[in-house]
Structures are given as structure tokens and as C-alpha cells.
Write a protein that binds this ligand. Sequence first.
Ligand code: PLP
Length: 401
Amino acid sequence: MSGFQKGFLRHLAQTSDAPIALEIERANGSWLITREGRRYLDFIAGIGVSALGHGHPAVLEALAAQAARHLHVMVYGEYVLEAQVALASRLAELLPSPIDRVYFTNSGAEAIEGALKTARKHTGKPAWAAFDGAYHGDTLGALALAGNPGFRAPFQPLPGPVVHLPYDDERALAKLDASVSAVVVEPVQAEGGVRIPAAQFMRALRRRCDELGALLVFDEVLTGFGRTGKLFALEHFGVTPDIVVLAKALGGGLPLGAFCAPSAVLKTLSRDPPLGHITTFGGHPLSCATGLAALEFIAANRLWERARRAGERLLDRLRELADAKRVRAVRGIGFLLGMEFTSAQLARRFVEKTIAGGVVVNWTLNADNVVRLAPPLTISDEEIDFALAVMRKALGALRGR
Ligand SMILES: Cc1ncc(COP(=O)(O)O)c(C=O)c1O
């Protein structure tokens, strides 16, 4: 064990007893390189952040140019900063009308908190609704929405009231009532085990929110920026939400989140009282500059189409590899795929063997028998074939035991 690995275990607060603990020296393209020079294919893109892989020249150039001009100069919302204005304007162009305004945050959870507060204040109603299996982050409000009661339990009492409903179940929407200010939903549940809902469910949810005067909040933190084969996953459903929450790939590899909504909704945050929802670092100029560079690269190269086509091929190959005794289902949309094993233990062993073979994958938080695959949008066919060869071997090793 190196000195840094010892220091990692000794001085960094741990999030589990079993961290992956790869000691990353450098990262380039789709690859992570450890201190000993071992190369690992990043088949989860830093959990959805590194849409362009690592060290993309467009991102590094934007980072250097912005760093040369200025870093932090003032808390969010006071000065006119070109990097923020340019990214917000581009998002307003690309998101469906009437969404035309962006509030920048530091992270996904913080953007969810902003959306919850906005919904409560804008509608004057107290409650929120969310779905079983959901993951929206770990601050108290976001955690209150979590669809896994085991993660909520140690932190009660959490903000609320929150109504939890089964995901992708149109009939259960009848349980929503007029006290709900916002329904928060992932267009595809990633941590819930890569669950892809029916378009009909999303349309019914839109109708139900309209009936009740509740805001529909799409959490596109993981699904945004081409991951699912569209620039935003909302395009799969023909539904326009009231608020879109973004993070992860939004910053092009730097920390950045946002909640985006029509001006008529977001204006509630600037009055009664003014300065009632503020942040110091939200929309950091470096993150906005790198985020815009990444977004322009994704848009210019229509990388969502690459994710859709290469994702379909990956899905087909994985279905050929998987044997029904150990893998119950393989599903996916674009470059967000899930392999559902018949047990959590098999999923864990598959992950261990795949990482040992040089490809980083992981299981999902709320469905520990599902392994998630989410490579960078820029990954090459040869790199995907390498991952498939490693996964074929890992599956073979599971059969051998
Ligand atoms: C769908 C979704 N929403 C929200 C979050 C929280 O984002 P952050 O970790 O930046 O707070 C995540 C993080 O994994 C996520 O996947």
C-alpha cells in the first residue's frame, strides 16, 4: 500500500468500508492511469460527469482562458460574469420553451434543494412528491425525496411532507393531492437500477401535475447532455417539465449544478424577502467556462447520436454475453445501461472481476444487483470492444464458480 493510499484511509472521511481505492495519477480520454502505471477504462465516466472523457482539449483550453481572466470575484447573482451569462443563454436556447432562466449551484443536491424551495414558495403549498428507487442527492431536502427508506431512516426527521409513489405506475398518481407543490422525477432512474419508464407514465404525470397545480421537476443530473441518446432525456417523452435540474456533466468536469425554469417561476426567489436564496460559489466562472466548452462540443458533434448508436450496439453485445441463470435482464438507453444480476453477490463479484480486468464499472445505490455502465460519450468502438472482452471474461469467471 502506498503512502497516499494509507493517507486516504487514515485522513479522508470514508463513505463505505470498501472503497475502490484506485490511486489515480493521471486521466486521459477514456482512461484512468494509476501511480503504478496501470490503465483502467473508465466505463462509468466518473458517474456521469466526464461526458467528454478526461482532459478534453476543448475543456482544458476554456479552463486556462478563464483562469487567465478571473476566478471568483463575488457571490452568485451580483456581478455580470460573461462565463455565467454565456452558459445560461445557451441552456435557455437548448431547453424547451418556456424554460428560459437558470440558477447556478455547486452540485446536483444543491440544485434539487433550490427546486424544492422554489416550488414551495411559487405555489404556496407545503408537500413534495418523489418515487420509490429515486436518488436526488444527500442534503436533507434531497434525502427526504430518496426512494430507499434505508438511507432516509438514520437522518429522520427529514423535511416534508413527502409523498412517495411507485415509479412508472400511472394508477398510483391518483394518490397525489392538492397539497403537493412539486413532483420530482428522474426521466430514467439510474441509481434505482437503470429503470426506463414508459412515455405514457411521464405524460400522465404531466397531466396530473397540471390538474393539481403542482410543478413537475425533472432531475436530469445524470441523464442530461447526451447520456440517454438525446441532449436531454425529457425529449424521449414529449413532456415539458416546469423545472429541469442539471449537474454532473454540466460543468464539463468541474463542479456545477443548476435548476432551470421559466422566468415566471424563478422570479419568486428574488423577492419576499430579496436575497432569500443565495450561494457564494454557485456558477463559479471556471465551471461555467468549462461547462460551455463541453456543451458546445457535444452540440457541434451531436454526441447524443453517438451515444444512441454505440449504446444500442453495446446493449446487443451484452445481451448475447449474458446467461439467464446469472443475469436476469440487460437494459439501456443510449450510454446508460444496467445489467441486472440474479443476486447482489453476483453483481458484486462481476464488478470486482471487471475492475481487476481493467474496466471500471459499479453497481447502483438502490438496486445492488444491478451493475451500471455509463462510458464517456467520446469512447471509441475499440475501447468498447475492450470492455466487452473484459466483461465476457468476468461473466465466464462467475460461471466457473
Ligand atoms: C439523479 C441524481 N440527482 C442528484 C444527484 C446529486 O448530485 P450531487 O452528487 O452533485 O449532489 C445525483 C448524484 O449522483 C444523481 O444521480
